[in-house]
Design a protein around this ligand. Structure first.
Ligand code: FMN
Length: 169
């Protein structure tokens, strides 16, 4: 019996919503799936496949996902694993933004060429609510010329989840 863990990092909640939609979509096609925050240190022992994702801040992922991948690398390399990344730059779906987001994700995958190999990567735009940002992040957003906006598209997330479902078995 296949059992999928969708593991995510988040600061402001958009990646949680995306991860929850992935879990719902997989369950909707009959694949048991749990959704857990990486900060809870999920245990992989009961799972046969993993979907992992995190948001980009300042051109990189935050340590929790990278640390968890590092800790579980051997197991992850021996089970189907799909990856997604959430970043405002995904709102313009060009070869350049795809490559930039892929580089960010690659660095979180500990140089492993197996993780997510052969499965389409998810690249989702997320959300920036300037009013909810602490001052240093508002400054960072300003310096990086990032716009505020809500680009979360759960239909797109659902379509991606369905596209990978059969590869997680
Ligand atoms: C201070 C700041 C820096 C960001 N840096 C980037 C970035 O370098 N590249 C990018 O594509 N998106 C960037 N974003 C957009 C976030 O990835 C996006 O808001 C995402 O939805 C956040 O996910 P979360 O709500 O799960 O925390 C940044 C957002 C903020 C507020």
């Amino acid at each position: 019996m296949s059992w999928v863990l969708v593991v995510f990092d988040t600061k402001f909640g958009a990646t949680r919503e995306i991860a929850e939609e992935i879990g719902r979509s997989l369950r909707g096609v009959g694949l048991p799936a749990d959704v857990e925050a990486v900060t809870a240190g999920p245990d992989l022992s009961k799972y046969t496949a993993v979907v992992l994702g995190a948001p980009v801040f300042g051109g990189k992922l935050e340590p929790p996902l990278c640390d968890w991948v590092h800790k579980n690398l051997e197991k992850l390399e021996n089970m189907p694993t799909a990856v997604f990344v959430v970043g405002a730059s995904a709102r313009d779906d060009t070869a350049e933004t795809r490559a930039a987001l892929d580089r960010v994700m690659d660095s979180a995958l500990c140089g492993s060429e197996c993780l997510g190999a052969g499965l389409p990567r998810g690249r989702f735009a997320g959300r920036i609510d300037a009013d909810k940002l602490p001052a240093p992040m508002r400054f960072m957003m300003h310096m990086a010329k990032l716009p505020a906006g809500d680009w979360v598209d759960l239909d797109e997330v659902h379509a991606w989840a369905i596209s990978i479902a059969s590869r997680l078995i």
